[in-house]
Design a protein around this ligand. Structure first.
Ligand code: AMP
Length: 228
């Protein structure tokens, strides 16, 4: 089962991805995580990337496409498919992804598109905290850790991503509307799009996605969704 997760920042892609990984054994590939790892390493590439990520701009296509191609070409024994989170984000990335997937014989089965309203997005992102050590995600109000600032999973430090401030979130939303939103149609035309409401609880979403995966049944039929 190969899936991509689409939707604006804060729609809940990362949280859903973590649950899908646990429930379906899919390999979670997040370009945001790959880029942040590169930045942590302090490499030349990491330094170049930093200014884009921290201002909410997109990293140049050729950089992220090369990263994804490398990751998808690695042997991923044990996983039952992949789940791309945060990629593609432009039409060029979507077209190049199709070429890479044709080459490796691993086409996409579903593009899960998570819609969410602006107030929900802002509330989620400004309250989001991430574990520096294991990457677990909490929310200071909706899903707080037992001890403030400490990860329940591994005891690591919880921090706020520098691009989760209100001003940068607004820029990320603008970039999303301009560059990423058009690719929803790209997958609709391929007949692979499933629209989900990111305003729903993650557990409910998991049930809906499980049904799609298990029955091959479309979301529209289950939820009366209007598409995008
Ligand atoms: P995310 O963790 O998916 O919210 O991504 C954080 C930031 O990483 C984005 O705001 C971009 O600056 C950069 N980024 C992640 N994925 C991509 C991509 N596919 N193309 C370009 N930039 C990306």
């Amino acid at each position: 089962m190969n899936t991509i997760l689409l939707g604006p920042p804060g729609a809940g892609k990362g949280t859903l991805a973590a649950m899908l990984k646990d429930n379906f054994g899919l390999l979670h590939i997040s370009t945001g995580d790959l880029l942040r790892d590169e930045m942590k390493g302090g490499t030349e590439l990491g330094k170049t990337i930093k200014k884009y990520v921290e201002s909410g701009e997109l990293v140049p296509d050729q950089v992220v496409i090369a990263m994804i191609e490398k990751k998808l070409s690695e042997k991923n024994s044990g996983s039952k498919g992949y789940m791309l989170d945060g990629f593609p984000r432009t039409t060029v990335q979507a077209q190049d992804l199709d070429k890479i997937l044709t080459k490796i014989g691993q086409p996409i089965d579903y593009a899960l598109y998570m819609e969410a309203s602006l107030p929900v997005i802002l509330q989620r992102l400004t309250g989001r905290r991430v574990c520096r050590k294991c990457g677990a995600i909490v929310h200071i109000k909706n899903r707080p850790s037992k001890v403030a600032g400490v990860c329940d999973v591994c005891g690591g430090e919880l921090y706020q991503r520098p691009d989760d401030t209100e001003e940068t979130i607004k820029n990320r939303m603008h970039v999303y509307a301009e560059k990423t939103a058009p690719i929803v149609d790209y997958y609709a035309k391929q007949g692979k799009l499933e629209t989900l409401s990111g305003d729903e609880e993650t557990e409910d979403l998991l049930k809906i996605v499980a049904k799609i995966f298990n029955d091959g049944q479309r979301t529209d039929k289950i939820k009366g969704s209007t598409g995008h």
